[in-house]
Design a protein around this ligand. Structure first.
Ligand SMILES: Cc1cc2nc3c(=O)[nH]c(=O)nc-3n(C[C@H](O)[C@H](O)[C@H](O)COP(=O)(O)OP(=O)(O)OC[C@H]3O[C@@H](n4cnc5c(N)ncnc54)[C@H](O)[C@@H]3O)c2cc1C
Length: 398
């Protein structure tokens, strides 16, 4: 693929930059500056602004509401978007279940769900993992049994991110216990407020509520909410995971973090000198920057594949591993650059009614929270060890 931007590409970049500069709400800029978590209402507000321009889902085909961009345009958009600190649109809807619905869903499912995913009116969560079925996802036990026009669902999911603010869940259930594990799984979509669904919070290491346990007790789900064929859910689940993993790399965010590290490390230290002048620190930052450039090229190759109508495929595993390693390394470098200001972390600072100033300079805000939460980046979306197994098997043929 051609990596040099044409005049049209540069004009497109200016158009994106200008749109964001004019339309990103000030309250989001302020929240970003404080390193605060963007609340759902604010995220939806921004998604609706993007939606008016048709820019919510860069990878969707134009017939379902995608903008019809080239891979280079998508790359430019992602760079500008993340460089300007725009909040991510809900990945569960746009990046994950949306492509499953437009690829495998019925016309009625497309009509019901795709417009509301794009507009942000319906938020989704992912019901894959169960206690005992994470890496070994195919062993999942949540059971769905047909009764009239419905499935009756019983079981439990765990680590369900944002279930407490979601409207719908896409869920893997077991519909056949007599066959090979992968051949007895079905992919269902249902309203998470359905009778029989109970959601319990799990508080993560950063002291905040992102995760949940979700229990199903005789939940009735219309058969018409099933994606394509019964017992073929593993195929659709794997297709979705490719999209999920590809979305985890977040290259432009990392590039912005490198700049942030440079700014912080260029401050004068309390006892004189600057961290940025320390050869060991410089070497560590250079190494991660080089890895990031390599990752950006891999991402461009994968974007070109997606634009050509292919699945993200096994490259998504490479992106997932490198992207999360870089993420964690940069988070560690950031905390190192904060020195003792990294220590006084309190999740209270993210409460909407909190108005105490941070301990230390304003730029310290949010860094430790992200460091703690993103320790899990090498686990969620399929652990990095499992991604290595995938590469060993499918890419290297071992
Ligand atoms: C913050 C966070 C958010 C999440 N959000 C969601 C969500 O929204 N929806 C959802 O469904 N799930 C979610 N998950 C669950 C996530 O997908 C699982 O945690 C992950 O797949 C690992 O499964 P597990 O936790 O059961 O660990 P296990 O599978 O028990 O693995 C434990 C360790 O053993 C290693 N291991 C296991 N098997 C192998 C093997 N064959 N070869 C080599 N090493 C192996 C793993 O890499 C890991 O280090 C989330 C998890 C986290 C931490």
């Amino acid at each position: 693929m051609d990596l040099l931007y044409s005049d049209e590409d540069l004009a497109f970049r200016d158009e994106v930059r200008a749109f964001i500069a004019e339309n990103l709400p000030q309250e989001i800029r302020d929240a970003n500056a404080r390193g605060a978590h963007i609340s759902k209402p604010l995220a939806v507000k921004w998604q609706k602004i993007l939606h008016t321009r048709g820019w919510v889902a860069p990878n969707w085909p134009a017939e379902y509401g995608g903008p019809g961009w080239t891979s280079i345009q998508k790359h430019i958009f992602a760079e500008e978007y993340q460089a300007a600190d725009c909040p991510a649109v809900s990945g569960f809807g746009v990046t994950m279940v949306g492509p499953v619905i437009y690829t495998y869903g019925t016309d009625a499912q497309k009509e019901q769900h795709l417009p509301k995913i794009l507009s942000g009116d319906v938020y989704w969560c992912q019901g894959y993992s169960e206690p005992g079925s994470g890496s070994d996802l195919a062993s999942l036990q949540t059971r769905a049994v047909q009764d009239g026009d419905d499935y009756v669902v019983n079981g439990q999911k765990i680590w369900t991110s944002l279930a407490h603010i979601a409207d719908w869940i896409f869920c893997l259930v077991r519909t056949d216990t007599e066959v090979k594990q992968q051949e007895g799984i079905t992919f269902l979509l249902f309203d998470i407020k359905s009778k029989g669904v109970t959601i319990k919070p799990i508080i993560s290491m950063d002291g905040r509520h992102h995760l949940n346990e979700v229990f199903f007790d005789d939940v009735r789900v219309p058969i018409s909410n099933r994606i394509a064929e019964e017992n073929m859910g593993w195929t659709y689940a794997k297709y979705l995971l490719g999209h999920e993993r590809a979305g985890i790399a977040q290259i432009a965010t990392h590039k912005r973090t490198v700049n942030r590290v440079k700014e912080i490390a260029s401050q004068e230290c309390a006892y004189g000198g600057r961290l940025i002048d320390d050869p060991a620190f410089k070497a560590r930052l250079s190494q991660v920057s080089i890895s990031l450039e390599a990752l950006a090229l891999t991402d461009l190759r994968m974007q070109a594949n997606i634009s050509a109508g292919k699945s993200p495929g096994d490259q998504a595993s490479t992106l997932k591993i490198s992207g999360t390693q870089i993420y964690q390394e940069l988070n560690e470098i950031l905390v190192q650059a904060l020195a003792y200001y990294g220590l006084p972390y309190s999740p209270d600072q993210f409460r909407p009614d909190w108005n105490e100033p941070p301990v230390g300079p304003e730029y310290t805000s949010g860094i430790m929270a992200d460091r703690l939460l993103r320790r899990a980046a090498s686990i969620y979306g399929g652990s990095n060890e499992i991604q290595k197994n995938i590469i060993a098997k499918r890419v290297l043929g071992l």
